[in-house]
Structures are given as structure tokens and as C-alpha cells.
Design a protein around this ligand. Sequence first.
Ligand SMILES: NC(=O)c1ccc[n+]([C@@H]2O[C@H](COP(=O)([O-])OP(=O)(O)OC[C@H]3O[C@@H](n4cnc5c(N)ncnc54)[C@H](OP(=O)(O)O)[C@@H]3O)[C@@H](O)[C@H]2O)c1
Length: 278
Amino acid sequence: MFLVAGATGNVGRHVVRELLALGVSVRALVRDPATAELPDGVQVFRGDLSRPETLPAALAGVRGVFLFAVPGSGPDFVRAAEQAGVGRVVLLSSDAVLDGAAEQPNPIAGYHAEIERALRDSPLAWTFLRSAHMATNALPWAGQTKAGDVVRGPYAGATSAPVHEADLGAVAAVALTEEGHTGQVYTLSGPASLTAAEQVALIGAAIDRPLRYDELAPEVAREQMSAFIPPFIIGTLFEGWAKSVGVPAAVHPDVEKLTGRPARGFAEWAADHAADFS
Ligand SMILES: NC(=O)c1ccc[n+]([C@@H]2O[C@H](COP(=O)([O-])OP(=O)(O)OC[C@H]3O[C@@H](n4cnc5c(N)ncnc54)[C@H](OP(=O)(O)O)[C@@H]3O)[C@@H](O)[C@H]2O)c1
């Protein structure tokens, strides 16, 4: 039995799908089974990584866990997983984590690094999947693309190599079910560095509309985005975007190394999500 945390999320849904396709038993840890909408064949289990008392039952009989990084949840999860005799844990982490740093560069790196540390310091067999910028970060543009052909935002030239959530799911299933991944740290990106403006144009191509990116002054965009992004994240995001302008994002080979297939590009991601944007 494999337990998938974050099973209702963008990545977790793909982990579930990949594991089912391999014919293994899947239990999904969800906070609200009524709204989970998971495929037939999945054992849907009510639990919460922030409520350690829910974990022993969720982990009973489990040999591998796909772990979603809920801030502060590492030590309690590790304790429960050790007690339950879990074999391996594959953590969805972040490429912002800096190995060996006395202090992590930002709060996002910080909470992922804390969970990584709890796993490293445990006897559990762990694998870290450090995701680069996820292609799903483009989904908040959907409100604007549905309303017109212009996406307004900061830093048109901010770069990233967006990774498709389906590739993260495929890699997670490999790391959970195949041997040889214990103690490995993989960095997962898409196949190419793209600016925000290029990403918007590719979404336009996918929905057959001439979309363009209209750059807002950072302070204007920051004020608008503060309405829906927590303050501890917004500073990190703006700093990262500003620094990335003119600097191509790193492209990593690990998706292909693990799955045997080239990483899916942003054009493919946009086509997969065309309905979200039109
Ligand atoms: N965005 C990026 O560029 C990026 C880059 C690197 C790493 N990451 C990591 O990837 C994550 C995003 O993955 P995603 O897009 O798949 O997430 P998502 O679509 O936002 O889904 C969040 C999932 O986490 C579950 N969850 C939240 N709090 C929980 C808790 N206390 N206990 C159990 N489950 C809980 C939610 O379940 P419910 O159904 O119960 O709500 C949901 O399934 C980020 O949070 C970050 O850790 C992101």
C-alpha cells in the first residue's frame, strides 16, 4: 500500500494516477473525503499532516509515502512513519533549498529544508524531489485570459523552466516503486527556460488567441497580488523574479533520467490546460 499526501493537489493527482497504472494499492490522505474526487480504486482516508493524531491510522500497513510539504509537519510525520514501519518516503520539495546553508535563502526554502532535515535525521529511506518553478504557477493568469487577450503582471522578462505536474507525478511513482532512489536528491525542471511573456504567448497558441503580457510596475503588481498571496511568500517571489530577468533558468535532466522520457514542454502543458484559460 502506498499513501499519497496532497492527493487532491496538482501533483498528487498525477502521483495517484501513475501508481494506479502500475497496479499497486493507493491510499489518499485527504482533509475532506467528500470533495476529494479521486479515481475509483483509491482508498480515500481522512487525515491531516498538521494533526499528528490522524497519522498512525493513515500510515498503518503503508510501505511508501508521497509526502507533500506542509510547513512544520516534518518531525511529527517522521515519528509516525517510523512507528508504522513505513519503508520509504518521497518528498515533494523545492529547488530553492540550499544544501549546507546555515540559513536558507527564503521562507519557502526554509520550510522545505526543515522537512528534508527531519527525514535525513531519521532511519526512513527518503528521496527528495526538488521541483523547480511549476507550470501550474501560470494558472492564476486564467482569470485574465478568460476576460481578454492581455495578461498584466510584473517582470515580463522573469525566467523559469516550468515543470509539468504530470512529470513530477511520473518521477514520484518511479522513486516510490523502483529500487535505487534512497538518499537521492533530484532537481526537476521543464526542458527550456522561458520568460513570463513567452509563457503567455504559448498559452495563446494553445487556445488560438493572440495573448500578450503587459508589464506592470513591480510596486503596482505587488499591491494587487498581496490581496491573495501571503506576505511571507510575496517578498520571496518578487525577489526571485527581479533577479531572474536576463538570466536563463537552469534546466535539469532528472525527469528524463528517471522516467526515460524527455520532460514535457510548456507548450504541451498549455495544451493540456487549454480549457482552464479559455
Ligand atoms: N509552485 C511551485 O513552483 C513549487 C516549486 C517547488 C515546490 N513546490 C511545492 O509543491 C507544492 C504544490 O504542489 P501542488 O501544486 O500539487 O499543490 P496544490 O495543488 O496546492 O495542492 C495542495 C495539496 O496539499 C494538501 N494539503 C494541504 N494542507 C494539508 C494538510 N495539512 N494535510 C494534508 N494535506 C494537505 C491539499 O489537500 P486538501 O484536499 O486536503 O486541501 C492538496 O491536496 C507547494 O506547496 C510546494 O511545497 C511548489
